[in-house]
Design a protein around this ligand. Structure first.
Ligand SMILES: [Zn+2]
Length: 243
């Protein structure tokens, strides 16, 4: 008589422990990165940070997710680019992931820190590239912990870690301590480090996927996906907590 009760309790505990969310594409399918991805950082920098200050934070954000993927994700820094944020609706075929700052006007929600715009192959739901755009209009960016005071600034790596989580296919976690939790605040650096919930999300997405090396094999011919393959998935946004 007691066994069903115990089973029910275990099920309940298991359900509450999972807070991560796999972000479906517009068709409702699970999306994931299908092979090695290169990324570039815009040499334009931000109002407060130069290219050389930005790159280490970008590298660390990508490296954190790669390390958690057990060889399923492989990211490579392909150097600087002259590209900035994409135009509205623009797709960039054959271009690596671009990390840039929007300085002129922020066309997304005014308090959002950043957006990640994904491009996928709708035939297999693989994310083929992305643009990560940081809000340099209403936010000031810094490398916190570099010895200088940065009152009111947002930590670049903290936000980039969250955005790369969107790039690999995760949505917003309901766990307040997770990197993929939707809210942040100035001075926060805890999102630099993936939590167990974030790693569980990566496991759920990639545990059954081929390694990055296997997925990349045979993809060296051609100039990238045809234009008709690419769809704009919309925006994955990190919002500032309103207090
Ligand atoms: Zn987000």
């Amino acid at each position: 008589m007691t066994r069903p009760l115990v089973l029910a309790l275990l099920t309940c505990l298991a359900a509450s422990a999972q807070a991560y969310v796999l972000q479906p594409d517009p068709s409702g399918a699970t999306q994931r990165v299908g092979g090695p991805l290169s990324y570039q950082v815009s040499r334009q920098g931000s109002r407060d940070l130069e290219y050389g200050q930005i790159v280490p934070a970008v590298d660390l954000a990508f490296a954190a997710w790669q390390a958690a993927s057990n060889g399923k994700l492989a990211f490579q820094n392909a150097g600087p680019t002259d590209l900035g944020p994409p135009e509205d609706g623009e797709t960039r075929i054959g271009v690596p992931v671009v990390v840039s700052f929007e300085r002129e006007s922020w066309s997304f929600e005014g308090d959002d820190q950043a957006v990640t715009i994904l491009e996928e192959d709708p035939d297999n739901h693989e994310i083929v590239r992305a643009d990560i755009v940081l809000n340099d209009v209403t936010h000031h960016w810094a490398i916190l912990g570099d010895g200088a005071p940065h009152p009111g600034c947002d930590d670049l790596q903290n936000t980039l870690s969250h955005e790369v989580g969107h790039l690999v296919g995760l949505g917003h976690s309901s766990l307040g301590s997770a990197v993929m939790f939707a809210a942040t605040h100035p001075g926060e650096i805890s999102k630099r480090t993936l939590t167990g919930d974030d790693v569980a999300g990566i496991d759920a997405l990639y545990a059954g996927a081929p390694s990055a090396a296997e997925a990349g094999a045979g993809c060296s011919t051609g100039a990238g996906p045809a234009a008709s393959w690419l769809v704009l998935l919309g925006l994955a946004v990190l919002r500032r907590r309103r207090s």
